[in-house]
Write a protein that binds this ligand. Structure first.
Ligand SMILES: [Fe+2]
Ligand SMILES: [Fe+2]
Length: 223
């Protein structure tokens, strides 16, 4: 996180060496605090549901790779990583009997689960430095066609980071085994992402993520 001077330059380029070192130390301290907060919150989610915790860690890594391929600015990349790791933090507000139900949810239970994106936003929005990530979490279940939740935003009205999280979240959910069903093969999950491009998912993000998933798959086959 770089501090900015009043005319918009990185603060470290406008200062003497001693001040620059002081600012660098402060920036490193802010980053340490941020990483520790992300780690503590994701540990809390692990305690509630270990599968969700692992899912969140994978999403953090994929989000950064997708963001780098899309040339997302470093500062926004950090918000994207935070949002991806903590996208399901609001599940702390959903009863375990619903989260771990071994079968389809009834409409009331589904409504309660869908609240998790708003709960997540409420948890994160008041943490200094997490304001943007909290919005990515709030909108990670929106759809390009406006049929998602909680706000029913459409297309580019949905924050870019939320659109990235939506793609990688759905892919990971499709390929992961659940208590009540086996995960899909990667090719089938990618086929479904592509067929829902432009309705549920951002088509550009799906095609960027395809490159990453296919590269990972090729590496596993070659190993
Ligand atoms: Fe979610
Ligand atoms: Fe998720």
């Amino acid at each position: 996180m770089s501090l900015i001077c009043p005319v918009g330059h990185p603060l470290t380029s406008c200062l003497c060496d001693a001040d620059r070192l002081l600012i660098q130390g402060l920036e490193e301290e802010i980053l340490r605090l941020r990483n520790a907060t992300v780690f503590a919150l994701s540990e809390m989610l692990d305690l509630k549901d270990i599968d969700t915790g692992l899912h969140s860690t994978r999403l953090g890594e994929w989000a950064v790779r997708v963001g780098e391929l899309m040339s997302i600015h470093t500062r926004d990349l950090r918000d994207l990583e935070t949002g991806a790791i903590l996208h399901d933090i609001g599940k702390n507000g959903v009863p375990e009997s619903i989260l771990n139900k071994p079968g389809p949810l009834d409409p009331e239970e589904r409504k309660r689960v869908e609240k998790h994106s708003e709960y997540g936003w409420a948890i994160l929005k008041s943490i200094p430095g997490f304001e943007k990530a909290s919005l990515l979490v709030l909108h990670h279940h929106e759809r390009i066609d406006g049929k998602g939740y909680p706000a029913g935003l459409m297309g580019s009205d949905i924050p870019l980071g939320s659109r990235v999280i939506a793609v990688i979240d759905s892919f990971d959910a499709m390929v992961s085994n659940r208590a009540y069903r086996k995960g899909l093969p990667m090719e089938e999950a990618l086929r479904r992402l592509t067929s829902d491009s432009g309705t549920q998912f951002d088509a550009n993000i799906v095609s960027v993520f395809r490159q990453i998933a296919e590269q990972d798959f090729a590496e596993v086959i070659d190993a």
